[in-house]
Design a protein around this ligand. Structure first.
Ligand code: SF4
Length: 497
């Protein structure tokens, strides 16, 4: 007797059938990485998309799926109409359709995704629904995926017809029908074969990473030696798997192989416990390019699937905070600090962010950042939104010096970086005993994702609660720029040796 399958179980089974076994028998091993903001974005998109075809009737969620199916059957008789969460069951296969257009001569399926790209798993999701509905004898005229149009720029009221793209996948769904049946049979056979005391052995594969990093990755790799091939930084996953399958797993296994030198360097530093590698000439060139005053700046941003602010796009990185350390001249005894943190209810916070930064950074020095692909892009976006500030924002971009470069180029490398050049790895390696520079000891916010979630959580909080969280944001961002100041000190120290 087969268990009930749902579209989410089916999609998990497509990724890896063992996920279904682990969900059932070892759910505590799951490491859930879903972010609150991503879930909120998803539910907001789902609600908005329901309005794409005007008036609709919603099937409320019930633990008892038969109630949802019964209510759907009642509404199906009232055609033409639009039903959201229309629910169907065929031979132990259950699905709810995000939006069902129920016409006189058949139905149309619309699966809503909060992503701005379509991935294979979205097709699988729709194909499963197509399979269930056609087997119930419904004439499915059309099956489509509704997803975010990343090029939509909001001007005035939100236009949901421009916010969403719709891709017709009917022909693909039709041609895939036999595969869906086979997949369902495979999944059911697997579920029936492995019980609680019979854990399936499934080899690591690309399915562990795609379409999502599997929540059971840590469980399935707990027996691997540390460090292992999956700890090699910046190597493509597909190549890590290739080496893994060849039996190259421990760092030791890579000795005398023709692996790319940049990976070999990380491995050798680890195995041989090598001393730091420093290219003094490159550090000197970087430091010589600096002009005082030095402005060390770092932004925090958040993203919204649905653009709430005039002139913004879906998922645009919206800067709401910066920290700025300033060193006026080479002999400066003190380091100044300035900062900006938007008010959560300020609809014009992007403009205020840009204006404040322009005021704080005049045209007379170097602007030091860590990662040249981030802050300059935000400045260009702000320049597009506020043409009257564009010259000044472009001017700030022209003053930028990127402190990440010597680490990315491995002009400065230490074993402790573990192949990474993230500031969160670099800083503790350069200053291992300085507790003031320890991100773990911060009170509220410890990384960029937490910063954006914390900022968005300010809405509706009491004044006291807001103050605590805002303080957490301020100390976190301040550490990011202090980190760059400390890196600068380290560079000076090296040059003075
Ligand atoms: S980590 Fe890989 S093998 Fe383990 S359950 Fe996930 S996808 Fe399957």
């Amino acid at each position: 007797m087969n268990e009930n399958l749902s579209k989410s179980k089916y999609c998990k089974g497509i990724q890896c059938k063992k996920i279904l076994w682990l969900d059932k028998y070892k759910p505590d091993e799951k490491v859930d990485t879903a972010r609150k903001s991503a879930l909120e974005n998803g539910s907001r998109i789902g609600i908005l998309a329901k309005g794409l075809f005007a008036k609709y009737e919603d099937i409320p969620y019930s633990e008892d799926l038969s109630l949802m199916i019964k209510k759907t059957n009642e509404l199906l008789k009232d055609k033409p109409n639009i039903i959201t969460e229309a629910s169907f069951g065929y031979n132990h296969n259950f699905c709810s359709v995000d939006i069902l257009k129920n016409d006189i001569d058949g139905v149309e399926i619309y699966e809503v995704k909060s992503s701005s790209d379509i991935s294979q798993i979205y097709y699988d999701d729709v194909f499963y629904q197509y399979y269930v509905l056609t087997n119930l004898g419904l004439n499915v005229k059309k099956a489509s995926i509704v997803y975010i149009n990343k090029n939509y720029i909001r001007h005035g009221a939100l236009d949901i017809h421009k916010l969403f793209n719709i891709e017709d996948v009917t022909d693909l769904a039709k041609s895939n029908l036999p595969n869906i049946k086979n997949n369902i049979d495979d999944i059911n056979n697997f579920i029936n074969k492995y019980n609680k005391d019979n854990e399936p052995e499934v080899p690591l594969s690309i399915s562990c990473f795609e379409p999502y990093l599997c929540s059971y990755w840590q469980y399935c790799t707990k027996a691997l030696p540390k460090p292992n091939v999956f700890d090699i930084a910046k190597m493509k996953t597909i190549n890590k798997l290739k080496y893994y399958n060849l039996g190259l797993i421990r760092f030791d296994d890579f000795k005398n192989t023709d692996i790319n030198p940049k990976y070999l360097e990380q491995i050798n530093f680890e195995l041989e416990n090598l001393e730091p590698k420093i290219n003094k000439e490159a550090i000197k060139n970087l430091m010589d390019s600096l002009k005082y005053p030095l402005y060390f700046i770092d932004y925090e941003t958040f993203q919204l699937a649905v653009p709430e602010y005039e002139g913004t796009k879906p998922y645009q990185q919206l800067p709401f905070q910066y920290s700025l350390h300033i060193i006026r001249d080479e002999d400066a005894k003190t380091i100044e600090h300035k900062e900006f943190l938007a008010q959560i209810d300020d609809k014009d916070f992007l403009r205020h962010f840009a204006q404040s930064m322009i005021k704080d950074i005049p045209d007379n020095g170097s602007v030091i950042i860590y990662n040249n692909s981030f802050e300059p892009s935000r400045n260009r976006e702000l320049a597009r939104m506020f043409p009257d500030l564009a010259d000044e924002l472009n001017r700030i971009n022209s003053q930028i010096v990127d402190f990440l470069v010597p680490f990315r180029r491995r002009d400065y490398y230490m074993k402790e970086f573990e192949g990474s050049y993230s500031i969160k790895k670099v800083l503790p390696a350069l200053y291992p005993d300085d507790s003031e520079l320890d991100y773990h000891s911060l009170p509220v916010v410890h990384n960029g994702e937490e910063a954006s979630d914390t900022f968005l959580s300010l809405k509706g909080k009491s004044k006291e609660e807001q103050e605590t969280l805002r303080n957490g944001l301020l100390v976190y961002c301040k550490l990011d720029t202090l980190a760059m100041v400390k890196i600068c000190e380290k560079f000076k120290e090296i040059l003075n040796k």
